[in-house]
Design a protein around this ligand. Structure first.
Ligand SMILES: Cc1ncc(C[n+]2csc(CCOP(=O)(O)OP(=O)(O)O)c2C)c(N)n1
Length: 845
């Protein structure tokens, strides 16, 4: 070095700073590989750097090692944004800030003793203990403290089984007695056939920071299916943010980000689940998308390096369970969970980062699992070495108290006594407490059965209103270069409104939205290509052919008509079903006033979201008393497009129906669709609505409607057929096949056939169907469906029809049972349909 300095003009300080910087760059990029993360020293051994440290830079290397190779590892050099990288670097390359160690210790004691009291008093029950990762409790406390200081007033938290009861008590602030009462299971009769296990239920509470700031906390109810709750939580956050934003807007206070700054999204994960479940990867992809952004989610991996009995090398192909998060330009922290001070430091940086940059951030808390997967499971069978180490590892509060030099004996005794007291109270409690209380905006809505008001509801609008709304719907700015085809369509829509042309589905739908929006109901519609509509039918968003600028008439309909309006959102979603449906379900949970709709591109693809349908949409009222008015739009119909573009699997939805849990409908005309959507929004009951929507029928003359149809009182659950007298047969059907049968009847001039449309399948429209059947008491009854015998509504409808017709025979016409929903050949499809229709008219094939 001395030699180099002798060269004339050589700036030694700059040269040395550059060498130091180069050395630091190596540690910033690769330091996380040389951290000590597994507290038990078994997994995640140090790995050599892929790049050598520059020679002669030992001092700089030592300093950098101190920042990047201790008990905190950070992956952040994949973030292209220099401001974010530099900010993170600054946080890491400085002395660790002071930690309120006594507060941390208290939380650690509470976390461990809560588990120990359950273990003592309810031996042999599952609780999915947090022991081995009790640092989660002070971690959450710190995140919330920093967040409260940054202006957060509400947080939605989600997590699976691990440590959930602990978080409910020690973070959310649920009375421990309530939790213990669940172990007592004192009131089984109240939940027969419904309810849920204690470690799935939601909870609400309040966080109070040391300075007295408060955050309303909501822990989302979740099912066993790991990670399924992730998008649901984010959707809930978005709804809460949108509500705040709408309130701010109304008060003239909106800055566009108020909601995001005030509502925090925090999701906890198991390590194996984070690495394994695709819905998590889908959820990560929402981070910055316009329709899904929530201003950053703090993801926390409660990482015990085990997934049931699986070890890390069985759980993920890469070094860390978190590697899937590298799809995003966000920091990933790994921290040894047995170093609470380091964990507090990471909590602070993570919460500040989320707030400062509105970005996701991942924190991987690496600890262990003191017991088996559940407490009734013996882990020494599969992980004997790890559990031998665990047996010798003291509780964290003990080692931490020793480290900070505090005698915690008295505090331990008093915390233990408090939990034991609460347990005693639980033993004598008479009823299970309700774990979730709904916010005030749910007051106007109810579950269970339809109210009188719902039954009396009318949804029609008169011709004057149709005309006015249609003007708003077809107005766009002057100079906007609209596509000639869309221009023509918009002109045709005005002709529909003027009664010169029948209404098609696409316009009837927009008319329903327009009528709701201008009466103050917000509407949120999402789905792949939903702005235009997969079948080119909607055109809710216009594209300027010269600039590609977008214009959405429904966003501006209030302005166009000189009225107030509700918020209209329509998004083309990314290519996901599970996460997107989960998100919209979550949104509907926190915004019951909004008509929330998710549209599948083709109905079949909804099976990619099956967990959300089974675990949330159909069952949340029964399990958690939680309601949703979510609408699923599922294009359905046999049109020769092959196995995956025909069936929305009607049978599966009908099989999920019981106890008035949801509504399943297939409106056969444009106006019926209009009334159904309005009914869904205007009812006071909140039930998910599954709508089987048309494809080729979107513009079919038989499915179109007249102006007067929009003025009808309401949606008809059954459309009877009074067009024929004394028919020999009543064909009962739903959807597209009914129109085909009508066309056939016309062709054959056969007036011996009545065609009855079942428009609402569930709840079964008993009275309306009885009336439709009684209209033609001598006719034989046939159920006709396009689906094969093992699919469609057959299994559901036949017993109902048989019961209702008593002495009249009921038979069915359908395709023969098949493993695949539909043929791949368009010609075979036509042939099958011919046979079906001939059968319905009584012609032998
Ligand atoms: C989708 C899904 N598949 C399988 C299971 C069964 N299961 C329950 S917990 C668990 C292991 C989870 O491991 P991890 O995510 O690491 O969380 P931990 O229990 O270790 O905290 C498994 C496989 C499940 N609940 N959900």
């Amino acid at each position: 070095m001395a030699k180099a300095a002798a060269v004339k003009g050589f700036d030694e300080a700059a040269w040395s700073a550059e060498r130091r910087e180069t050395t630091f760059e190596v540690f910033r990029r690769w330091g996380y590989l040389q951290t000590t993360l597994d507290p038990l020293g078994q997994y995640l051994p140090k790995e050599p750097f892929p790049v050598a440290v520059p020679e002669g830079e030992e001092d700089a290397a030592d300093e950098a090692r101190g920042y990047y190779c201790g008990t905190i590892g950070i992956e952040f050099m994949h973030i292209a944004n220099a401001e974010k990288r530099e900010w993170l670097q600054e946080q890491m390359e400085r002395k660790a800030p002071k930690v309120d160690q006594k507060r941390v210790l208290t939380h650690l004691i509470k976390a461990d003793l809560f588990e120990q009291v359950i273990q003592q008093r309810y031996l042999g029950t599952k609780r999915f203990s947090l022991e081995g990762l009790t640092v989660l409790i002070p971690f959450l406390d710190r995140v919330l403290e920093v967040s409260a200081g940054s202006g957060v007033t509400t947080a939605v938290l989600a997590m699976s089984h691990r440590g959930r009861l602990n978080v409910m008590t020690n973070t959310i602030g649920r009375n421990a007695t309530d939790i213990f009462t669940k172990f007592e299971d004192v009131d089984p009769r109240s939940t027969m056939g419904g309810g849920d296990v204690k470690y799935h239920q939601g909870a609400t509470g309040t966080y109070r920071s040391p300075k007295g700031e408060e955050i309303a906390l909501h822990l989302a109810s979740n099912p066993s299916h790991l990670e399924a709750v992730d998008p649901v939580a984010l959707g809930r956050v978005r709804a809460k943010q949108t509500r705040l934003e709408a309130d701010a807007l109304a008060a003239g206070l909106s800055d566009g980000y108020r909601g995001q700054k005030q509502v925090l999204s925090l999701v906890m994960h198991g390590d194996a689940a984070f690495a394994g479940q695709g819905i998590l990867a889908e959820t990560l992809n929402m981070a910055t998308l316009h329709g899904y952004n929530v201003g950053g989610t703090i993801h926390v991996i409660v990482n015990n390096l085990l997934g049931f009995t699986a070890v890390p090398e069985e759980a993920n192909s890469s070094r860390f369970a978190t590697d899937v998060a590298k799809r995003l330009p966000i920091p990933i922290f790994h921290v040894n969970a047995e170093d609470p001070d380091a964990v507090m430091r990471v909590a602070t940086i993570a919460a500040e980062f989320r707030y400062k940059f509105g970005s996701d951030v991942v924190v991987d808390l690496v600890g262990y699992r003191r017991h088996g997967h559940s407490e009734v499971d013996d882990p020494t069978v599969t992980s004997p070495r790890r559990y031998a180490i665990i047996a010798k590892t003291p509780e964290l509060y003990k080692s931490y108290a020793a480290k900070i030099g505090v005698d915690a004996t008295a505090e331990v005794a008093s915390i233990q006594a408090a939990f034991l007291d609460e347990q005693k109270v639980a033993k004598t409690a008479e009823h299970s407490p309700k774990l979730a209380e709904l916010p005030g905006y749910w007051d106007a809505y109810h579950g269970g059965s339809l109210s009188e008001q719902d039954l009396a509801l009318t949804t029609g609008i008169d011709a004057g209103q149709v005309l006015e709304l249609s003007r708003g719907l077809t107005t766009y700015p002057e100079g906007f270069a609209i596509h000639p085809k869309v221009k023509k369509l918009y002109e045709q829509r005005m002709e529909m409104a003027e009664g010169k042309r029948p209404f098609d589905y696409g316009f009837a739908e927009l008319l329903a939205y327009a009528s709701l929006l201008t009466a103050g109901t917000p509407v949120r519609l999402t789905g792949q290509d939903s702005q235009r509509g997969t079948f080119n039918q909607r055109h809710a968003v216009l594209t300027d052919v010269e600039t590609e600028a977008k214009y959405t008439p429904l966003e501006n309909i209030g302005k166009a008509l000189g009225k107030k309006q509700g918020l209209f959102e329509v998004y083309n979603t990314f290519l996901s079903e599970a996460a997107v449906l989960g998100y919209e379900y979550g949104y509907s949970r926190d915004y019951p006033e909004t008509l929330v709709l998710w549209e599948a591109q083709f109905g079949d693809f909804a099976n990619g979201a099956q967990i959300i349908i089974d675990q949330f949409v159909s069952a949340s009222e029964a399990k958690w008393h939680l309601l949703s008015g979510l609408v699923m739009l599922l294009p359905h119909g046999y049109e020769g497009q092959g196995p995956e573009h025909s069936s929305a699997r009607l049978e599966r939805f009908l099989q999920l129906c019981a106890g008035e849990n949801m509504v399943v409908a297939q409106p056969s005309t444009a106006a019926q669709y209009f009334h159904l959507l309005r009914r869904q929004a205007l009812r006071s009951v909140r039930k998910p609505l599954i709508v089987f929507t048309p494809k080729s029928m979107l513009r079919h003359p038989d499915a179109s409607s007249e102006l007067k149809d929009f003025a009808a009182d309401r949606f008809l659950n059954v459309i009877p057929d009074a067009s024929v007298k004394d028919p020999r047969r009543i064909l009962v059907c739903t959807g597209k096949i009914g129109h085909n049968l009508r066309v056939e009847r016309e062709k054959r001039k056969d007036d011996g056939i009545a065609i009855v449309f079942l428009e609402q399948m569930y709840p079964w429209p008993e009275d309306e169907m009885q009336a439709a059947l009684d209209m033609h008491p001598k006719a034989e009854v046939l159920w006709v469906q396009e689906e094969p015998a093992n699919m469609g509504a057959l299994f559901y409808v036949m017993p109902e029809l048989r019961r209702m017709t008593r002495d009249r025979p009921v038979v069915s016409i359908k395709r023969k049972a098949s493993a695949s929903p539909a043929t791949g050949s368009a010609k075979a499809h036509e042939l099958e349909e011919r046979i079906l229709i001939d059968g319905a008219f009584g012609v032998k094939a």
